[in-house]
Design a protein around this ligand. Structure first.
Ligand SMILES: [Zn+2]
Length: 282
């Protein structure tokens, strides 16, 4: 650097003053307490689909594909939130995993239980303040019963949906807040449930804003793979195609507004690039 030192001094002071003002504005603003301290990605299943065109009708017919299944644990200053619970922990004890009744569907294995991954972080099920599920398909609600004291955050439309895959997914005594639309979980704008119906009647996604990582949207099953996202493909097993497409557009709008990343729950190629628990994002 050959710049003369004197002209720099006032500039440095100005910059310092700007920084001070910016910091105090942040400290005084509504985001001051917005504090996600960590987001952990938990391994909640791995599997092989017999025919991936189940999730992309007419495309990749007859091809098998690897699936992953994630749960996400969020440490917020006000408490823990668990997003989705994966396939049932009992599958971890099955040497061959759990074969589907329809060979086109997913043969699930569970390399690690959800319980053991929480234990590794010294988190007890009773420590989980909020349990939110994207929807009530079995690969997302497999372990809801472990968290009987956690407040369930689920759309009313999903809670009341008489799923063809089985009623009684939640015990009537499980504490629940039935949502009707978006929901700011901690009241500070840092973790927001987004209503994204279509895949199921009360499907929801999650927007998480982190201090360093920035904004991330957890897809739930609003979309299953990056390729299906880019091509706006709607799977066979889906309750309302128009709503699913509208929800995808809604997610795209939020991504643009928040400069968010989209983390797609079942996309193996993407998960292979992300840090898994006990590592975390903040
Ligand atoms: Zn799923």
């Amino acid at each position: 650097m050959h710049a003369p030192i004197h002209p720099l001094r006032p500039l440095t002071n100005v910059l310092a003053a700007v920084a001070t003002v910016a910091l105090s504005a942040v400290a005084a603003g509504p985001q001051a307490k917005a504090s996600v301290e960590g987001l952990y990605i938990l391994n909640c299943g791995e599997g092989v689909a017999g025919d991936v065109s189940r999730w992309s009708p007419g495309v990749n017919v007859g091809k098998s594909a690897e699936f992953v299944d994630n749960c996400y644990l969020i440490r917020h200053t006000q408490g823990w939130l668990l997003w989705d619970t994966g396939v049932a922990d009992a599958i971890a004890a099955m040497p061959q995993g759990q074969a589907p009744s329809d060979p086109r569907a997913t043969h699930w294995r569970r390399p690690k239980t959800l319980a053991s991954q929480l234990e590794e972080l010294s988190v007890k099920p009773a420590d989980i303040k909020f349990l939110a599920v994207s929807h009530t398909h079995p690969d997302h609600v497999g372990n809801v019963g472990l968290f009987s004291s956690s407040m369930l955050l689920v759309q009313k439309a999903e809670y009341e949906w008489p799923s063809p895959l089985g009623v009684g997914r939640f015990k009537p005594e499980h504490p629940v807040t039935k949502l009707e639309g978006d929901h700011d979980v901690f009241g500070d704008g840092s973790v927001i449930i987004l209503s994204t119906p279509g895949h199921t009647p009360g499907h929801q996604s999650l927007l998480v804003k982190m201090p360093k990582t920035g904004a991330v949207i957890l897809s739930g099953d609003a979309v299953h793979f990056a390729d299906n996202w880019e091509n706006r493909r709607v799977p066979e097993l889906n309750t309302d195609k128009d709503k699913t497409l509208a929800s995808m557009q809604r997610i795209a709008d939020v991504i643009a507004r928040e400069h968010a990343q989209l983390w797609i729950n079942h996309d193996k190629a993407q998960r292979d690039k992300l840090k898994m628990s006990p590592d975390y994002y903040d």
